[in-house]
Design a protein around this ligand. Structure first.
Ligand code: HEM
Length: 449
C-alpha cells in the first residue's frame, strides 16, 4: 500500500523538471501514452507534471486509485475536463454533484441488466447488417476501425435512441475523431488561446461541434413529433424536476444525448479493433476462440442467451480492455485543499489523473503485462480490486459497462464465426487522443471461414 503514514515526512512528488512558461509540455513530443509510461517507469506510482500553471499528479497504483476515486472521493471531485467542449454538462463531464446525481439516477434504469437483455435482439441485428454489408467486401482492403465505429454507432443509436444514423456514420466518425484530436492537442499545450480567437484550428473545432450538435438536435426534435419508443430519449424528454415540475432545457437534452452517443460507441469500437489486431497476431488464441464458437453455437448466430457459455470470447474482450484500455486515464479530479497522496504533498487546485493504462500494466499486479493472454481472466485471483478498472471506479464509474461487455462479446462471436480478419499492415501504432485508438485506423481484408 502506498498510503500516507504519520511517521513519514511529506515529500515532493518526483517528476521531470519543468521549464519556464512551457512547464513539461515537451514530455508529450512522442505522444501522451509514451509520456505517461515513461513517467511511471522513471518516477513511480505518483509523479507530477506541470502543464501551463497547473500541477498534474499522475497516479498509477490501484490502491491510490481507490483513495482518489472511492475512499476520498469527496476531497477529489471531478475537475472541469476539456471533454466538456464536446460533451457539455452531460453525465461524464458534469462537475456539479447534485445535478449529476439527479441525472445518473434518472438514466440508471436504462442500463440495468434486464433492460439491456431486452435490447439483445437489436444488438444482434446490428451485427447482422454489418455482416451483410461485408458480403460485398470480398478481397478488398478497408479500415476495420471505421467499420467497428459504424456497428457500435448503430447499436447505441438503436438501443438508446431508437434511431438509425448509419447514413451519417461516416461523417460522424471523422467529426468526433477530429474534435477529440483538437482537445488532446489543447490539453498538452502550455498556452491555451481563448477559443473565441478566430484561428483555423478553433474554427474547425467549432464547425465539428456544430455538426455534431445539429445532428443530435435533429434526433431529439424528430422524437418530439413522433410516438414514444420507451427508450433513453423518452426518459430524458419525460424527466421533470421534482421541485419545479419543469422538463430539461434543449441544452441539457443535447448535452446528455451527445454524451451517451459519444461515450457510448467510440470506446467500444476501438476495443473491438484492438481485439481483432490481437487475434490476428495470435493464431493460437483465434483457434481456441473458433473451437468455443463451433462448440457452443454450431454455426447458428449467437444470441444474448449464449453469452454465459462464451467464456473464452469474454476473456478475449477483457484482456483487450486490460492491454489496450480505450479510456487510458480517468477525466481529471481536483484537489479541493492542500493535502497529501501516497506520502506526497498535493497543493490545492492540483489535478489528479488516475492512469488506467499504467495500472493495468503494473508489474506488481500483472505477470508479463505486455503479453496478450486472455487466459489470465480465467478464475482470476485479484491482488487488488482496482488492478483491472477499464470502466473507472466509484460513483463515477462507467454507466455503460454492461452494455459494452454485451456488445463486445456478441460482436466478437458473430464476426469471428464467419470471417478471419487478415492484417494488411505489419504493426499497429497506438495513439492517445483522449481515447486510445489505432493511429490511422487498421487496414485489413476479410477471408471467409
Ligand atoms: C469499452 C467501452 C467503454 C470504456 C472503456 C469506458 C470507460 C469509461 C471510464 C473509464 C469512465 C469513467 C471516467 C472517469 O471516472 O472520469 C466512463 C464513464 C462513463 N461512460 Fe463509459 N466506457 C465504455 C463504454 C460506454 C458505453 C457503451 C456508454 C453508454 C452507453 C458509456 C457511457 C459512460 C458515461 C455516461 C460515463 C460517465 C458516468 C458518470 O460520471 O456518472 N461508456 N466510461
Amino acid at each position: 500500500m502506498t498510503t500516507v503514514s504519520l511517521n513519514q515526512p511529506i515529500k515532493t512528488a518526483p517528476g521531470p523538471t519543468p521549464l519556464p512558461i512551457i512547464g513539461n509540455a515537451l514530455e508529450f513530443r512522442q505522444g501522451v501514452l509514451e509520456a505517461m509510461q515513461r513517467g511511471h517507469q522513471m518516477y513511480g506510482d505518483v509523479f507530477q507534471l506541470k502543464i501551463g500553471k497547473r500541477h498534474v499528479f499522475v497516479v498509477s497504483h490501484p490502491a491510490l486509485a481507490q483513495e482518489v476515486l472511492i475512499d476520498r472521493a469527496a476531497e477529489f471531485p471531478k475537475a472541469q475536463a476539456i471533454l466538456r467542449l464536446i460533451l457539455g454538462d452531460g453525465l461524464v463531464t458534469n462537475t456539479d454533484h447534485t445535478s449529476w446525481l439527479t441525472q445518473r439516477r434518472m438514466m440508471q434504469p436504462m442500463f440495468h441488466r434486464q433492460r439491456l437483455n431486452a435490447m439483445g435482439d437489436k444488438m444482434v441485428k446490428a451485427g447482422e447488417s454489418l455482416l451483410e454489408r461485408w458480403q460485398e467486401k470480398d478481397q478488398t482492403m478497408f479500415d476495420l476501425d471505421f467499420e467497428m465505429m459504424q456497428v457500435t454507432l448503430d447499436i447505441i443509436t438503436q438501443t438508446m435512441f431508437s434511431s438509425d444514423l448509419r447514413a451519417e456514420a461516416s461523417k460522424l466518425g471523422h467529426t468526433l475523431g477530429d474534435a477529440l484530436h483538437f482537445l488532446q492537442q489543447r490539453i498538452q499545450s502550455p498556452i491555451q488561446l481563448p477559443l473565441e480567437w478566430k484561428i483555423p484550428t478553433h474554427e474547425k473545432y467549432r464547425a465539428n461541434k456544430a455538426a455534431l450538435d445539429n445532428l443530435i438536435m435533429s434526433v431529439i426534435n424528430e422524437r418530439r413529433s413522433t410516438q414514444p419508443k420507451d427508450d433513453l430519449l423518452d426518459m430524458l424528454l419525460e424527466a421533470r424536476d421534482a421541485d419545479t415540475g419543469e422538463g430539461m432545457t434543449d441544452q441539457q437534452l443535447l448535452d446528455e444525448v451527445i454524451t451517451i452517443f459519444g461515450a457510448g460507441h467510440e470506446t467500444t469500437a476501438h476495443t473491438l479493433t484492438f481485439a481483432w489486431y490481437a487475434l490476428a497476431k495470435h493464431p493460437q488464441i483465434l483457434e481456441k476462440l473458433h473451437q468455443e464458437l463451433d462448440t457452443v453455437l454450431a454455426g447458428r448466430a449467437p444470441t444474448i442467451d449464449d453469452l454465459a457459455k462464451l467464456e473464452y470470447t469474454k476473456q478475449i474482450f477483457e484482456e483487450t480492455m486490460r492491454h489496450y484500455p480505450t479510456a487510458p486515464s480517468t477525466t481529471p479530479r481536483l484537489a479541493l485543499e492542500n493535502t497529501t497522496l501516497g506520502g506526497y504533498a498535493v497543493p490545492k487546485g492540483a489535478l489528479i489523473s488516475v492512469n488506467i493504462y499504467n495500472i493495468q500494466h503494473h508489474s506488481e499486479f500483472w505477470d508479463n503485462p505486455n503479453e496478450f493472454r486472455p487466459e489470465r481472466f480465467q478464475n482470476r485471483q485479484e491482488k487488488h480490486r482496482l488492478e483491472f478498472m477499464p470502466f473507472g471506479a466509484g460513483a463515477r464509474k462507467c454507466i455503460g459497462n454492461n452494455l459494452a461487455l454485451m456488445e463486445g462479446q456478441l460482436l466478437l462471436a458473430q464476426i469471428a464465426q464467419k470471417y478471419n480478419i487478415i492484417l494488411e499492415q505489419p504493426t499497429m501504432q497506438l495513439e492517445q487522443s483522449i481515447t486510445l485508438r489505432a493511429k490511422g485506423g487498421l487496414r485489413v481484408r476479410l477471408e471467409k471461414r
